[in-house]
Design a protein around this ligand. Structure first.
Ligand SMILES: Cc1cc2nc3c(=O)[nH]c(=O)nc-3n(C[C@H](O)[C@H](O)[C@H](O)COP(=O)(O)O)c2cc1C
Length: 303
């Protein structure tokens, strides 16, 4: 089934992608990477360009300046091995991003969006996708942008069926997504509110989508790609594996900090784990985290 790990800032780094890779998604997308920051050689941004070890990862980029984006593609991105496509973010709803006319701000400035897509596509040595939303306010500007993206040469579209004003509230409009998919000729990936493999199956049944992107449903839940409910033992194994990867990639101190949100997410919905979550947030090293999890496991077996 064509299930993709959606780009999630703060989550879909090389460590979590390595975890998800074991569950064989059709593809994965990095966190969004600022082309302006790359242009000025920001160190943290350069690290985000670490070539993927997995076979099927796309690099997500965002920016407001067509010239800067084109230069970044030619001078940096085209030389990166591994990434299968460049995906331009035209959906991020954050006020700072919108104000700078990137992310979903480009729904309101479609001439600029067109120029960005055209120049990135012309410069890029691999496929270029565009990820956007249904609209900005209560409109369907996403439809116009999809058609313009196609005209500008985009190879595929990813559509989140919410407007920018909805942020992550309300529901993703899948009728809109299917309508859009029938309106354009390039492949369309649908996105929004998929939390089980059955929901993914239902969305794909219409056969008009190339696949679905799973975002929040995959946070703390790589098993979603296989439709598996993990045992506690398996859950802890994956948590420790993920932790080890983060410690190796970020170093001891930052690795622990980066893992906090993931650890909470892995524990979501488990019974009597309130105190465990608090303890995990305070834990200072690998051994402490391992002990907290093993004690919790022991308590579940012998309450
Ligand atoms: C914490 C978080 C970070 C996100 N980061 C990105 C990002 O970097 N790029 C992007 O295109 N979308 C980003 N998104 C949006 C998701 O990719 C996805 O479009 C949205 O969450 C809806 O899908 P879902 O209901 O499956 O989560 C982010 C969403 C969340 C919750």
């Amino acid at each position: 089934m064509n299930l993709y790990l959606a780009p999630l800032a703060g989550y879909t780094d090389p460590c979590y992608r390595a975890i998800v890779d074991d569950f064989h998604p059709a593809g994965m997308v990095t966190e969004m990477v600022s082309m302006r920051a790359l242009y000025y050689k920001d160190k943290k941004t350069l690290k985000m360009l670490t070539p993927p070890r997995e076979k099927n990862t796309s690099l997500q980029i965002f920016g407001d300046d067509p010239q800067i984006m084109e230069t970044c593609v030619r001078e940096y991105l085209n030389h990166l091995p591994g990434f299968v496509a460049f995906e331009i973010n035209m959906g991020c709803p954050a006020p700072k991003i919108v104000k700078s006319r990137s992310g979903s701000g480009l729904l309101l400035d479609q001439d600029r969006a067109f120029e960005i897509i055209q120049r990135v596509k012309e410069a890029a040595n691999r496929p270029v996708g565009v990820k956007t939303r249904k609209g900005f306010h209560e409109d369907e500007l996403g439809m116009d942008l999809a058609l313009r993206a196609q005209e500008a040469g985009a190879d595929y579209l990813v559509i989140h069926g919410r407007t920018r004003d909805m942020y992550y509230e309300g529901k993703s409009d899948w009728d809109f997504i299917h309508r859009l998919a029938r309106e354009v000729k390039i492949p369309v990936y649908g996105n929004g509110d998929i939390f089980t493999i059955q929901e993914a199956r239902d969305r794909l049944a219409a056969k008009d989508l190339a696949g679905v992107y799973i975002g929040r449903g995959a946070i703390g839940n790589p098993w979603i790609f296989q439709g598996i409910q993990p045992s506690l033992e398996e859950r802890i194994r994956v948590m420790m594996d993920h932790l080890d990867k983060a410690l190796a990639y970020y170093g001891e101190k930052q690795g622990i900090l980066e893992m906090r949100k993931h650890l909470l997410a892995y524990m979501k919905g488990l019974k009597s784990c309130k105190e465990v979550k608090v303890a995990l947030m305070r834990a200072k090293d690998r051994e402490e985290i391992r002990q907290i999890l093993l004690n919790y496991q022991e308590d579940q077996i012998h309450p």
